[in-house]
Write a protein that binds this ligand. Structure first.
Ligand SMILES: Nc1ncnc2c1ncn2[C@@H]1O[C@H](COP(=O)(O)OP(=O)(O)OP(=O)(O)O)[C@@H](O)[C@H]1O
Ligand SMILES: [Mg+2]
Length: 238
């Protein structure tokens, strides 16, 4: 569904992503792990077209995305939930969701069905549909960010650190919702610092180090890998 081949991205002289190849099969959930500054966000931004590639190719369902504008990628179902949520604080939950439907809404098509679907998936949002974005808790804001992505009818969902800043129980709840979305057939690439949570949700994972893929494999194998344990799980023995 998503295939990156020898992707390189630079910011001036900083090589943020260096020759990364990665695949996500249709309906699969894949985790992208790595320390701060490893290039995870840059990789997601490259996939959604927010940063230019120096080299490499990205294809979605076999179509090369080179030269395809960000909005067109969204319209094709490639939807990005950015780091730190970026919801509209001054708008209500429902207004935030309505704005996000613009990816596909044309000629005044009604959005009620999409709203009800999102509320069914994310019941916390239904309870707070008239509440303003700024007044939501961190977990609710993350749910709203995911709900907005769902309003764009995603085929491929890119999630950047959905558990950032959330208490463990809330992070679990958010990942539970991500699993429910994946179970509907949505392809998911999730960047996450919470290695255990990410690998218990994803089938496979990649570890990014200084812009390069240092390790990849099935989640269960990665969780047992001494290098992963040392770097991301406090070195505890398997
Ligand atoms: N707009 C920018 N201009 C210049 N350098 C940047 C820019 N954005 C990121 N970088 C650099 O690129 C590298 C990769 O950053 P990136 O944000 O992709 O890492 P990350 O893995 O998402 O880190 P984190 O876990 O902290 O979110 C870092 O060295 C960072 O300083
Ligand atoms: Mg990041």
């Amino acid at each position: 569904m998503l295939e990156l081949s020898a992707l390189t991205v630079r910011y001036g002289l900083v090589e943020a992503v260096n020759g990364v190849s990665l695949t996500v099969a249709e309906g699969e959930t894949v985790a992208l792990l790595g320390a701060n500054g490893a290039g995870k966000t840059t990789l997601l931004r490259a996939i959604s077209g927010l940063v230019k590639l120096v080299d490499g190719t990205i294809t979605m369902a076999g179509d090369d995305l080179a030269g395809v504008a960000v909005e067109k990628r969204v319209r094709r179902g490639l939807v990005h939930v950015p780091e730190r949520r970026r919801i509209f604080g001054g708008l209500t939950v429902e207004e935030n969701l309505a704005v996000a439907a613009s990816a596909w809404r044309r000629f005044g098509q009604p959005i009620e069905n999409d709203l009800e679907k999102v509320y069914a998936f994310l019941p916390r949002l239904a309870e707070r549909r008239s509440q303003r974005g700024w007044s939501l808790s961190g977990g609710e804001q993350q749910m709203l960010a995911i709900g907005r992505a769902l309003m764009a009818r995603p085929k491929v969902l890119l999630l950047d650190e959905p558990s950032l800043g959330l208490a463990p129980a809330i992070a679990d709840e958010v990942f539970g919702r991500i699993r429910a979305i994946a179970a509907e057939g949505v392809t998911v690439l999730v960047v996450e610092q919470n290695t255990v949570l990410a690998l218990s949700t994803a089938a496979r994972g990649y570890v990014l180090e200084n812009g390069c893929i240092a390790l990849e494999g099935e989640s269960q194998a990665l969780l047992k890998d001494p290098k992963v344990r040392e770097a991301y799980l406090g070195g505890a023995a398997a």
